[in-house]
Design a protein around this ligand. Sequence first.
Ligand code: SF4
Length: 462
Amino acid sequence: MLPSIQFDSKMLKKYDTFGPRYTSYPTAIQFNHDFTRDDYQNEVRLSNSAGRPLSLYFHIPYCKSLCFFCACNKIITHSETARTVPYLERLYTEIKMQSELVDDSRSTTQLHLGGGTPTYLSDDQLSELMSVTAEHFNLAPEGQREFSIEVDPRAVRDNTIALLYDLGFSRISFGVQDLNEKVQQGVNRIQTYDQNMRVIEAARSSGYESISLDLIYGLPFQTLESFGHTLDSIIAMKPDRLAVYNYAHMPHRVKAQKLIKQEDLPDPVTRLSILELTIHRLQEAGYIYIGMDHFALPDDDLVKAMETGTLQRNFQGYSTHADTDMIGMGMTSIGKTDNCYSQNQRYEKAYFQAIDGRQLPIMQGYQLTFDDKVRREIIQRLMCQGVVEFESVSQQFNIEFNHYFAEELILLKPLAEDELIQLQEHRIVILPLGRLLLRNIAMVFDIYRPRTVTDQLFSKVI
Ligand code: SF4
């Protein structure tokens, strides 16, 4: 069980640096073009012998309008079927090609539809996508699977939420970001309270197991007061889960963000106060802090997984499904087996060209070394369980922890002095203050950090 959290603005300022979110280790920055589609095919075939269940991810890149903060890989278009029909044709070909690599016996226990805007697809297209998927993959029966989807409340038809439930989705997340009109104008995302309530009520009456809302703090024109009002309304909506992301302003990397003026952003003191207020209000309302921007109500599966030590971190953030291999389909999608990461072509043209040439659209990837796997395990344990027992890691990887990580144990000492962690003889334990600074603690074990962590590449920790 992870400890509660402690907010200490002095310490948070001290550790407010740039760092990865560790949805993978190594992070995507390490992916390279030396990893080929042949490597990918070999790795997936190899993974069949371990027989782990599968997690499928589909990327639907289209959106109707541009949110200025957005760093996702998306295509803004009103062409609808003129764009989606050719895309889905290729996606179905990819589904077939990918499914031919995996043993039929491997069950798909997790599936996620993300974007872009998955509901940019028509209801018929969504149904067709799920039936093509079921034709080619062995989908686990209801009760043994978790199918989730991201929905934009501004871009969803009246019956779509119920339809998605009938198609097998049991978890739904709605992007809200902020309810204040001035903030919404500042990021070009006008979304009314009624639009949000309409989709939440539709999800409740359809029977979804979990409803999640996404907010962002640090957006232009946000004030402590304005975000406080947003939080009040959101708490009243009573979502099962809440993700409160900090906005990473990186206009040199994300073109859309050039439309946000630096001077309109809240200053660091305000950002920190907003974070403090968010933690305070959500805890007061009964939400449990999971870690890295995520909160959930006590009866949510994420909290149960946190309590039983089965929580996992993957490309979608925190998850309850351990030990799956992930197959990413559609442009820009990321896949994972025990030994590698792979990423599909980022642009539509290259994605189409690969598929039309009957080739898997792998653009780049990464083959994990032994050392990567040890470090990945430690980062996973720090972020999900809050404790690393040296003996258990030593046994799992046949190493002598104190010797293997002698340098890291020295680097951890100042963090222990600042009470982010407790550095005991046989283990590292995250303390309440460290729970808000998990990235800083994990970075100590990131072998690539000294060469790759700069303000150009990663977002701020706070
Ligand atoms: S935030 Fe969502 S809707 Fe807005 S541009 Fe990005 S992917 Fe599209």
